[in-house]
Design a protein around this ligand. Structure first.
Ligand SMILES: [Ca+2]
Ligand SMILES: [Ca+2]
Length: 175
Protein backbone atom coordinates (compact mmCIF):
# COMPACT_ATOMS: atom_id res chain seq x y z
CA UNK A 1 0.00 0.00 0.00
CA UNK A 2 2.79 2.37 0.90
CA UNK A 3 4.44 1.94 -2.52
CA UNK A 4 1.19 2.56 -4.42
CA UNK A 5 0.54 5.86 -2.64
CA UNK A 6 4.01 7.08 -3.48
CA UNK A 7 3.60 6.21 -7.12
CA UNK A 8 0.34 7.99 -7.39
CA UNK A 9 1.74 11.12 -5.67
CA UNK A 10 4.68 11.25 -7.99
CA UNK A 11 2.40 10.86 -11.02
CA UNK A 12 0.25 13.72 -9.86
CA UNK A 13 3.22 16.04 -9.50
CA UNK A 14 4.42 15.21 -12.96
CA UNK A 15 0.99 15.91 -14.35
CA UNK A 16 0.85 19.31 -12.69
CA UNK A 17 4.29 20.28 -13.94
CA UNK A 18 3.34 19.20 -17.44
CA UNK A 19 0.20 21.34 -17.34
CA UNK A 20 2.14 24.39 -16.17
CA UNK A 21 4.52 23.86 -19.03
CA UNK A 22 1.62 23.76 -21.48
CA UNK A 23 0.27 26.95 -19.97
CA UNK A 24 3.56 28.79 -20.52
CA UNK A 25 3.75 27.45 -24.05
CA UNK A 26 0.24 28.67 -24.80
CA UNK A 27 1.01 32.15 -23.44
CA UNK A 28 3.97 32.46 -25.82
CA UNK A 29 1.69 31.83 -28.77
CA UNK A 30 -0.71 34.54 -27.79
CA UNK A 31 0.20 38.07 -28.73
CA UNK A 32 -1.57 41.37 -28.86
CA UNK A 33 -1.06 43.30 -32.08
CA UNK A 34 -1.33 47.09 -31.93
CA UNK A 35 -2.09 49.10 -35.05
CA UNK A 36 -0.72 52.64 -35.17
CA UNK A 37 -2.46 54.40 -38.03
CA UNK A 38 -0.78 57.21 -39.98
CA UNK A 39 -2.24 58.75 -43.12
CA UNK A 40 -0.48 61.66 -44.77
CA UNK A 41 -2.40 63.50 -47.45
CA UNK A 42 -0.74 65.04 -50.48
CA UNK A 43 0.21 68.70 -50.39
CA UNK A 44 -1.67 71.03 -52.72
CA UNK A 45 -0.26 74.43 -53.59
CA UNK A 46 -0.16 76.27 -56.89
CA UNK A 47 1.69 79.59 -57.01
CA UNK A 48 2.84 82.35 -59.27
CA UNK A 49 6.59 82.54 -59.67
CA UNK A 50 8.52 85.78 -59.79
CA UNK A 51 7.13 87.88 -62.66
CA UNK A 52 9.18 89.61 -65.34
CA UNK A 53 8.13 92.76 -67.11
CA UNK A 54 9.07 94.15 -70.50
CA UNK A 55 7.70 97.34 -71.95
CA UNK A 56 7.51 99.35 -75.12
CA UNK A 57 7.91 102.88 -73.83
CA UNK A 58 8.96 105.21 -76.65
CA UNK A 59 8.57 108.31 -74.48
CA UNK A 60 10.38 106.60 -71.60
CA UNK A 61 8.07 108.05 -68.98
CA UNK A 62 5.80 105.15 -68.07
CA UNK A 63 6.50 102.30 -65.71
CA UNK A 64 5.20 98.77 -65.42
CA UNK A 65 5.79 96.66 -62.35
CA UNK A 66 4.58 93.24 -61.24
CA UNK A 67 4.79 91.31 -58.01
CA UNK A 68 3.10 88.40 -56.33
CA UNK A 69 0.92 88.84 -53.28
CA UNK A 70 1.62 86.47 -50.41
CA UNK A 71 -1.77 85.81 -48.84
CA UNK A 72 -0.04 83.36 -46.53
CA UNK A 73 3.63 82.44 -46.14
CA UNK A 74 4.74 80.76 -49.35
CA UNK A 75 1.30 81.15 -50.89
CA UNK A 76 1.63 83.36 -53.97
CA UNK A 77 -1.84 83.21 -55.43
CA UNK A 78 -2.22 86.81 -56.57
CA UNK A 79 -0.26 88.57 -59.29
CA UNK A 80 -0.35 92.35 -59.08
CA UNK A 81 0.52 94.47 -62.09
CA UNK A 82 0.72 98.24 -61.91
CA UNK A 83 1.24 100.52 -64.88
CA UNK A 84 1.83 104.18 -64.17
CA UNK A 85 2.02 107.24 -66.44
CA UNK A 86 0.81 105.20 -69.40
CA UNK A 87 -0.10 106.87 -72.68
CA UNK A 88 -1.38 105.82 -76.12
CA UNK A 89 1.24 103.67 -77.77
CA UNK A 90 2.63 102.31 -74.53
CA UNK A 91 2.57 98.56 -73.93
CA UNK A 92 3.75 96.25 -71.22
CA UNK A 93 4.18 92.48 -71.27
CA UNK A 94 4.25 90.38 -68.10
CA UNK A 95 5.82 86.93 -68.07
CA UNK A 96 5.22 84.71 -65.07
CA UNK A 97 5.49 81.04 -64.21
CA UNK A 98 2.61 79.13 -62.70
CA UNK A 99 4.38 76.73 -60.36
CA UNK A 100 2.86 73.52 -59.08
CA UNK A 101 4.35 73.27 -55.60
CA UNK A 102 2.11 70.28 -54.87
CA UNK A 103 3.24 66.69 -54.40
CA UNK A 104 0.58 65.73 -56.97
CA UNK A 105 -0.39 66.75 -60.50
CA UNK A 106 -2.83 69.63 -60.83
CA UNK A 107 -5.23 70.56 -63.62
CA UNK A 108 -6.39 74.03 -64.62
CA UNK A 109 -10.16 73.68 -64.48
CA UNK A 110 -11.15 77.18 -65.47
CA UNK A 111 -9.79 80.53 -66.51
CA UNK A 112 -11.88 83.64 -66.17
CA UNK A 113 -10.62 86.84 -67.78
CA UNK A 114 -12.30 89.92 -66.41
CA UNK A 115 -13.78 92.72 -68.55
CA UNK A 116 -11.25 94.79 -70.44
CA UNK A 117 -11.72 98.55 -69.98
CA UNK A 118 -12.42 100.60 -73.09
CA UNK A 119 -9.24 101.97 -74.58
CA UNK A 120 -7.02 99.13 -73.39
CA UNK A 121 -6.13 96.01 -75.29
CA UNK A 122 -5.14 93.02 -73.23
CA UNK A 123 -3.42 90.21 -75.09
CA UNK A 124 -4.71 86.83 -73.93
CA UNK A 125 -3.14 85.22 -70.92
CA UNK A 126 -1.21 82.56 -72.78
CA UNK A 127 0.71 79.69 -71.24
CA UNK A 128 3.33 77.48 -72.85
CA UNK A 129 2.83 79.31 -76.15
CA UNK A 130 -0.91 78.58 -76.06
CA UNK A 131 -0.48 74.83 -75.62
CA UNK A 132 -1.45 75.00 -71.95
CA UNK A 133 -5.18 75.60 -71.60
CA UNK A 134 -8.15 74.69 -69.43
CA UNK A 135 -7.92 70.94 -68.87
CA UNK A 136 -4.14 70.93 -69.11
CA UNK A 137 -2.06 69.45 -66.31
CA UNK A 138 1.02 70.69 -64.50
CA UNK A 139 2.94 67.72 -63.08
CA UNK A 140 4.03 67.77 -59.45
CA UNK A 141 6.84 70.29 -58.84
CA UNK A 142 6.73 71.40 -62.50
CA UNK A 143 5.78 74.79 -63.86
CA UNK A 144 4.41 76.43 -66.98
CA UNK A 145 5.43 79.85 -68.32
CA UNK A 146 2.65 82.30 -69.13
CA UNK A 147 2.42 85.84 -70.41
CA UNK A 148 -0.05 88.55 -71.21
CA UNK A 149 0.23 92.12 -72.30
CA UNK A 150 -1.49 95.46 -71.85
CA UNK A 151 -1.58 97.88 -74.76
CA UNK A 152 -2.76 101.42 -74.24
CA UNK A 153 -4.94 102.63 -77.09
CA UNK A 154 -5.55 106.10 -78.52
CA UNK A 155 -8.92 106.51 -76.81
CA UNK A 156 -7.74 106.22 -73.21
CA UNK A 157 -8.42 109.16 -70.96
CA UNK A 158 -5.60 110.97 -69.19
CA UNK A 159 -5.26 110.50 -65.43
CA UNK A 160 -7.52 107.47 -65.31
CA UNK A 161 -6.99 104.30 -63.29
CA UNK A 162 -8.01 101.21 -65.23
CA UNK A 163 -8.59 97.99 -63.36
CA UNK A 164 -8.00 94.53 -64.79
CA UNK A 165 -8.70 91.22 -63.09
CA UNK A 166 -8.51 87.59 -64.13
CA UNK A 167 -8.50 84.32 -62.25
CA UNK A 168 -7.58 80.71 -62.87
CA UNK A 169 -8.66 77.71 -60.85
CA UNK A 170 -6.68 74.53 -60.29
CA UNK A 171 -7.62 71.22 -58.71
CA UNK A 172 -6.16 67.77 -58.28
CA UNK A 173 -5.70 66.22 -61.73
CA UNK A 174 -7.97 63.24 -62.29
CA UNK A 175 -6.09 60.39 -63.95
CA1 LIG B 1 9.42 102.68 -68.62
CA1 LIG C 1 -0.71 78.80 -53.55
Amino acid sequence: MVRRIRRSTIFSLIAVVALLGLGIGYAQWTETLTINGSVQTASFDVDFGTPNVSEVDPLEVANCSANVNHLAPGDSNVLNVAVTNAYPGYSCTITVDIVNNSSIDVEMTSYSPGPVPTGLTVTPFECDGGAFQVGSIIAATESVTCNFGVVVGADTSPSTNYTLTASAQFEVATP
